[in-house]
Design a binder for this molecule. Sequence first.
Ligand SMILES: [Zn+2]
Length: 483
Amino acid sequence: MATTPEKIYALDFVERNRQALALLSDSVFYFGELGMQEHRTSQLMSGLLEEHGFKVQRGISGFPTGFMATYGSGAPVIALHTEYDANPSNSQKAGVAEPAEITPSAPGHCEGHNVNAAVMVSGALALRYAMEKFGIRGTLKVFGAPAEEQLVSRPYYVRDGLFDDVDLAFHDHISSDFKTDYGLMQSAMISATFNFRGESAHAAVAPWKGRDALDAVVLMDMGMAQYREHFVPGMSAQRVITNGGEQPNVIPAKAAVWWYFRDANAEGARKLFDQAKKIAQGAALMTNTEYDVEVMAAVWPSRGNQVMAEAVQRNIEAIGQPAWTEEEQSFARALQKRAGVKEDGLRAKPLPLTGPTRQGSSSNDSGDVSWKVPMVRVQFPANVPGINYHHWAAGAALATSIAHKGGLAGAKALAASVLDFLKDPALVAAAKEGFHRETGGVPYRSLLPEGQKPPVELNAVAMAKFRPLMEAHYVRERPVFRV
Ligand SMILES: [Zn+2]
C-alpha cells in the first residue's frame, strides 16, 4: 500500500474514533432488529451520516428501513453498501462462551451484521473528511440495505436505478478472517411463498366436503423431492411450511410453504423456480385447490472484481491483523471448545488473496450490484474462526473487543481502498475493463417479477412482540465521531 497523506489521515480518523465505532456496533447488536424492521438501526446510521454532512434519503425503493447517503460531487461515483439485520431466536449474551439468551426467544445478531454497519459508517466518515481536507473529487453513495437475511433489498435498488450512475461498489462483511476475494462467490436465489387455498370442513364428520390446502403443500413437497434427483449440480432448494393449518379437526382451507431456489447462475435459479411452479400446479390439480405465488426476493450470484480485490488485498496486508490479547484468545478457544470446533483461537494474520474463488452455496442480495457494476467485498476479522453462523456461538463475540478490533481493521481497509480508486482514474478504468471481461457481457436484468414491491410487513409481528423486552438492554450512550 502506497502510504499517502490522505490514507494516513483516513486511517487516523478511524483509529481515533474507535470508541464511536465500538458504540455503534454494540448499539446495533442490542437493537437486534429483524429484516425490514431495522428502524432504530437505520435511524442511528443515517442520522450519524447526516450530522456529518451527507445528504440522506430515507425510504428508498419503498424500504422504510433503507437509506442512501450521498457526499461529494462528480466522478468517480463510489457506492458503499451493507446490511444490518439480525436473525430470529438468536439472542446471545456477549462475551459468554455458552448458550445464554439476553431476552428469551428474542431475535439477535448471530453473524455480525451489527459490525458491518459500524464499519461502513466509520469508513464513510473517514473518507468524507479526507475528501474535504485534501480536495478529492468524487461522490460517495452510502447504501443501507435492509433484510439481507431474507435477501431482499439490493435487487430493488438496482432495478430502480439507484446504481445507474455508480462506477464501483464496495460491500463490507464480517468474517473470522481479514480477506477479500474475486470471481463468482455465491449463488443466485429466488425466494417465494406458495399459498394454497381449498375449503375447510369437519375433518372427522365430513372430510369429503373439504378441499385440503395442506395436502397440496405436502404433494408439492413430494414433487420437489422427486425433482431433486434431476437438479443440475449447483442447484439446491430449501423450504419451511409457514402455514400448515390450525387444528386437526379442521381441514385446512389455507396452507403455505416458503421456498428458496438456488443455482450457480441467475438463469438456473429462474428455471428451478419455473419447474417448482409446475409442481405446485400439479399439487393444486390433485387436491382441487388453487394457489398463488408470492415472490419475496430474487438475487444474482455475487461476484468480486479482480482489480478491486487486488487493491483491497494490498491495503489489508498493510493494515495487518489486529493484535489479539491473551484474554481474547482464551475466550475464542473456550467458545470453539463449547461449539465443538477446532480450538485454534483467533487468526494471527490476514489470508492471502483468493481468486477465482470457489463459488459457495449461500447467497447475498448484493449479487445484483455485482453484475451491475464492478464490486468487491471487504471481509474483516471480527468473529471467531470455525463457528457456524446463525448459531448462538456466532453471537457471543459480536459485542466484545474482538468485534471492535476486527471492525476497526475493516473500516481502515475499506477507507484506504476507496481512496485508491478516488485518487486514480486509471485504476477505476481497469476495474471497469476487468468487469466486462469477467461478466462475459452477460446483460443484467432483474430476476424480480414485473412491478414487485418490497415485503414491508416482513417480521413486523415478531419485532413488535420482542422490541419492548429488548429495549431494557439498549446501549444508552450515543456514538460521537469527532473530526
Ligand atoms: Zn451476512
